[in-house]
Write a protein that binds this ligand. Structure first.
Ligand code: NAP
Length: 331
């Protein structure tokens, strides 16, 4: 797992899990249902108490409010945290726009540094390729920020397999945020980065559809203002049938659905890190349990291409659940 050493804070003494990052999108308080800032802060503090020191954010999340919230916990001991943020996507009114020219990325980085009240980011990523800007121009800007000491590492997000091949072929250990879970089995993008990328999984619970809250029922379970109405999985009948089938299968199992899904993801080839986005202390506690199970059962693999041993995970979650998680095809 040497390639993952790159994902450590400057002072890594308390950062136990470079493979488990806490995502802060939903904690910003926009578009994920009722919000309670006190609860979000409790989630962050509890994560820190359990030596989870990797946090993912973006200026785009909740119009900067996720970064502002995160600032409150990293103010002391900044160097003990690994803070990943992103540039290239912005809100213009109610519309999401791509803005990843070098000038725009610099502006967004400066805004992130200011909201986080820090002199540097551990990682700054191109949030999404901008159709109006050649990707190599966006990447050249990130490399310049690194040379200037504003960021320790640069990374990418949401590249296609073809783009990984074309722009990262000569690179090594580039963090790439990839949307992947049992509903969205993007094996092609994971494999495209097998030599060049550290694949970090986003939306592992498909924004709550693989959870147990009202959002697990798709659009029927969320308000009209919820941004997850934009997620096609939330309104697909086939998908909802599949999730209902998984719920049925989980009845009477000793292991929870969340734990099974997260373990399944991390046992897939070329998955190197995972970024769930908890909104409540209860949800964070499930992630702490996930961390403990991995450590106690000795699931971490010594091979570079897998994070967890898939044989051990399959035995642990049981053949039927394993098969169900394997079967779903993409939309
Ligand atoms: N690079 C990118 O383009 C990109 C895109 C998406 C996400 N991300 C990153 O990935 C992170 C996670 O993605 P996400 O928030 O979209 O989706 P997610 O982690 O798949 O789902 C989060 C939702 O799942 C539900 N949930 C139930 N139990 C949970 C548990 N134990 N832990 C976490 N969530 C639980 C919650 O919804 P309910 O409360 O409704 O049950 C929560 O809001 C983000 O915060 C962000 O940092 C990056």
């Amino acid at each position: 797992m040497d390639n993952r050493k790159i994902l450590l804070p400057l002072n890594p003494v308390k950062a136990e899990t470079p493979w488990l990052w806490i995502g802060t999108w939903s904690m910003g308080g926009e578009g994920f249902g009722p919000h309670n800032e006190g609860e979000s802060l409790r989630v962050l503090h509890r994560a820190v108490d359990h030596n989870l020191r990797h946090f993912d954010t973006a200026g785009f999340y909740a119009h900067g409010k996720s970064e502002a919230l995160l600032q409150k916990i990293i103010a002391k001991e900044r160097d003990e945290f690994f803070i990943s943020s992103k540039g290239g996507l912005v809100w213009e009114g109610r519309k999401v726009q791509h803005r990843a020219s070098p000038e725009q990325l610099r502006l967004q980085l400066e805004e992130s540094l200011s909201r986080l009240k820090t002199g540097y980011l551990d990682l700054f990523q191109l949030h999404w390729p901008d159709p109006d800007v050649p990707i190599d121009q966006s990447l050249a800007a990130l490399k310049e920020f690194q040379q200037q000491g504003l960021i320790r590492y640069w990374g990418v997000s949401n590249l296609t397999p073809h783009q990984v091949d074309e722009y990262l072929r000569e690179e090594r250990n580039i963090p790439h945020q990839v949307h992947f879970n049992p509903l969205h089995k993007d094996f092609d993008t994971l494999s495209a980065g097998m030599k060049s990328c550290i694949n970090c999984i986003t939306s592992p619970l498909e924004q709550g559809l693989l959870g147990y809250g009202t959002s697990a029922h798709g659009t029927g379970g969320i308000s009209r203002k919820d941004l997850r109405n934009r997620n096609p999985y939330f309104s697909d009948r086939d998908v909802l049938q599949w999730t209902a089938g998984l719920d049925e299968l989980m009845k009477g199992q000793a292991i929870s659905k969340i734990l099974s899904v997260l373990l399944w993801i991390c046992s897939q080839r070329y998955v190197h890190a995972i970024i769930p986005g908890p909104r409540t202390v209860r949800q964070l506690d499930e992630l702490i349990e996930f961390k403990s199970v991995i450590e106690e059962k000795g699931f971490l693999s010594s091979q570079e291409r897998t994070l967890l041993s898939n044989k051990k995970v399959k035995e642990f979650i049981g053949e039927k659940v394993w098969e169900h998680l394997n079967t779903k095809k993409d939309l």
